[in-house]
Design a protein around this ligand. Sequence first.
Ligand code: PMV
Length: 314
Amino acid sequence: MTRGSACGKIILFGEHAVVYGRPALAAPLMQLRARALVESRAAPGIVVHARDLARTVVLRDAPVDDALARITQLTLEKLGVNANLEIVVESDLPLASGFGSGAAISTAIVRALAAHFGKTLSPAEISALVFETEKLFHGTPSGIDNTVLAYEQAIRFVRRAPPDENEITPFVIARPFTLAIANTGIAAPTKITVGDVRCGWEQNGALFEELFDAVAAIVEQAQAALARGENERLGELMTRNQRALESMGVSSREIKMLLDAGLRAGAGGGKLSGGGRGGNVIFHIEPRDAEKIKQALLDAGAVSVMVTEVGRET
Ligand code: PMV
């Protein structure tokens, strides 16, 4: 039996604007992982069991848009192998919450299959395979999720066409910083918010381009602050990024409620992370305030709150 795993990710700055060629900063979330186990099976065919989804996919019968079947098929083609296989996937990552759960499951499958056949795939190759399944989740993914997961590094990402020309640069975090990540408990498919931003952009191009440019400027300032260890600037920059996301229409009442509670309890600033509407809200906090802020967020309706340090492992 061979295993593969993948971490989750959190977008620090720049979601949505990144779909339109602006830079974004994202970091791996090492505590939460998706795992895949591969073993040979005596019976013919390939079967994928997704424990958390209570789903079993038989490759031969799977619809073309099934992500589990697609990543398995693409990886076997890439590796130039075929076999009768049983694959089991499980994940700590809540679905549709902005942690990149779909991409993490796909990445774990790619790694486990490569290990099973004794082959090595580079992060760029893994990322390219997973990008194909990201397209199934929403038509125009920027590619940031699969990139951060494949490299397991804090990445500045700029989307380019074709995808193999994307700018992927590790960014410097001079001093680790602490995030509180509050889950709204609302599963909000990225496909919908990305589609809504596209509608807004089609109807009001000038306004949305301005918002994307404002986000790009925030990303530059955040990157500079992180490189200089000026972490005290992160909260204010997050809050500015959040305002731009609100103007794009991807925030929600639940996100606002958590933001208000976190700020009142002493967070430096915060924003939604990922697609928006639901999913996660992130806050820059001082470690000494963690318990107080965590409690305030739970009281305000967060279904879970994680406190994590970013930058130590990168
Ligand atoms: O919802 P998530 O964590 O998959 O993040 C989506 C990020 C977006 O910028 C909204 C879309 C994308 O493809 O980059």
